[in-house]
Design a binder for this molecule. Structure first.
Ligand SMILES: [Zn+2]
Length: 145
């Protein structure tokens, strides 16, 4: 890949990384505040439930940021070792259009689609997990007696 294009991608990645750092700092503050102002379950069950939902959402976002940061660091490494832009699966060059939108992409569009299609197929075959159905306390009184 041409040096000036690589440089452009590096700048783009570094910019996103600094945005990510800011967002992560914000959400860290949110999570810390939530932990400190934690209401007791006995005080107000509704408040507690709402808090739990908010907290879970924040954790999910936090996790997403961590994953994205990992991807960006990986992409920067790939720029340094000269493998940036190569598909991790087939070794072909990832299209420049794709890299422009998502410089941290590790797979070409075809491999990405294949992988996603595969994941969807596997998920569809997995049994649905329903904790209510699988609990032994779900028997009716007649069944137990
Ligand atoms: Zn590929």
């Amino acid at each position: 890949m041409e040096k000036n294009i690589l440089l452009k991608h590096r700048l783009q990645l570094l910019q996103r990384l600094s945005e990510l750092k800011k967002s992560m700092a914000t959400i860290n503050v949110e999570l810390t505040e939530a932990a400190e102002s934690h209401t007791s379950f006995l005080q107000d069950p509704l408040d507690h439930a709402r808090e739990q939902t908010d907290l879970r959402a924040s954790f999910e976002i936090h996790e997403k940021y961590i994953n994205e940061r990992k991807e960006i660091m990986h992409a920067l490494e790939r720029i340094d070792n000269g493998s940036f832009g190569e598909c991790d699966d087939c070794g072909e060059m990832i299209s420049s259009r794709r890299l422009l939108v998502q410089p941290s992409a590790l797979l070409c569009l075809e491999c990405q689609r294949y992988k996603e299609g595969f994941t969807v197929a596997v998920m569809a075959k997995m049994p649905k997990l329903n904790p209510i159905d699988s609990t032994p306390f779900n028997y009716s009184r007649e069944e137990i007696a």
